[in-house]
Write a protein that binds this ligand. Structure first.
Ligand code: KG4
Ligand code: ZN
Length: 329
């Protein structure tokens, strides 16, 4: 039984996962509304809120799983990358809990957690596989040969795909978080109405900052009234540009790296047009596709406890010296 803790950004998360990969509980206390009025996550507010929530979320995770602390064999915690103050709350809670019980502790790279989310549940993906993780904080393509680590094939040079949705939604006056709002606004719109740029830097890299600027200029050119009238077309075309950029790299990775199994992860994996496009692509190329349920795609502690199954735990008291890192080497 592994107890996972994740506090790298604005969600306070705890989960209980078995060594076989069954998710017994996966609790997320979202701070979304708290940050919404600022249009993005405020780090200092996030860490303070984690501190207020972490005990209750841990209790909830144990209670939902129907186990008490005696049944927990190991603690797993995100130690980076993320907001340093936010990470430190989860890490300190994990250290305290593990030390008090003399349990082992496994520090987990948040990104490895996203990459391995599809290894959880009843139909786990088996390495080797490749995956696209697209969220509000990260966007990258990874190749996994054995589950302890991954090789980054390419990543975004500027904004993450979810960030592009969020910033686009702000430009269109839709609110936050932008992904679901743009997807809804795009209903009935023409994805070919506007030709927004797709950028393909490096071998497998992404870039979304030019796209966002292009939307800003387009909205200015149209003027407020026109932009409002053509909202569905603007949203559909903007969404299409993001989906197209992601799907093009997925196709390239699958073909060039001879991928047989592919997984999607991150909050943007909820995007219907992206799921359809990658689904069709995998069908065409004869590749098996895994898309975990939404609560395993967004930030969560089950993916952290899940990843810890494949990593070496640190014994007590070695982990007391562990530090969090905004960026992991
Ligand atoms: O994984 P996540 O919860 O948080 C990070 O680790 O960043 O992802 C949140 C991101 C947000 O940018 C949000 O706009 C995006 O995922 N998202 C979507 C959809 N649902 C959430 N993007 C596009 N379409 C969606 N349906
Ligand atoms: Zn994340």
């Amino acid at each position: 039984m592994i107890l996972g803790i994740e506090t790298s950004c604005d969600d306070t998360c705890a989960a209980v996962v078995t060594t076989r990969g069954e998710v017994l509980s996966n609790v997320v206390a979202s701070q979304g509304l708290l940050h919404a009025e600022y249009g993005g996550v405020v780090p200092e507010i996030a860490s303070r809120r984690h501190l207020e929530l972490v005990d209750a979320v841990l209790e909830d995770a144990l209670e939902t799983a129907g186990v008490d602390l005696d049944a927990v064999d190991r603690v797993a915690v995100t130690n980076g990358p993320g907001l340093i103050g936010a990470l430190l709350v989860g890490l300190s809670a994990a250290k305290g809990l593990a030390a008090a019980r003399g349990l082992e502790l496994t520090p987990v790279d948040h990104l490895l957690g996203h990459v391995l989310a599809s290894t959880l549940g009843e139909n786990p993906i088996q390495p080797p596989f490749a995956c696209l993780v697209a969220s509000g904080g990260h966007t990258f393509l990874a190749q996994v040969d054995e589950p302890r680590s991954y090789r980054t094939l390419g990543s975004t040079l500027d904004d993450a795909a979810g960030e592009a949705f969020d910033k686009g939604a702000r430009i269109l006056g839709l609110g936050y978080p932008g992904g679901p709002l743009i997807q809804d606004a795009a209903e009935g719109g023409d994805p070919a109405a506007f030709d927004f740029p797709r950028s393909y830097p490096g071998d497998y890299d992404f870039s979304f900052s030019g796209l966002k600027t292009s939307l800003l200029y387009k909205v200015r050119d149209l003027g407020e009234e026109q932009a409002r009238e053509r909202l569905a077309d603007l949203a559909a075309s903007y969404q299409e540009a993001i989906v197209d950029a992601l799907a093009t790299r997925v196709r390239q990775a699958i073909t060039d790296e001879r991928v047989e199994r592919f997984a999607l992860g991150g909050g943007v994996a909820a995007n219907e047009p992206l799921r359809e496009r990658v689904g069709a692509l995998c069908d065409e190329l004869g590749v098996a596709l895994w898309i975990p349920p939404f609560d395993l795609c967004t930030d969560n502690a089950a993916m952290i406890a899940g990843a810890a199954r494949f990593l070496d735990p640190l014994p007590y008291p070695e982990y007391l010296a562990l530090d969090a890192a905004a960026r992991l080497a």
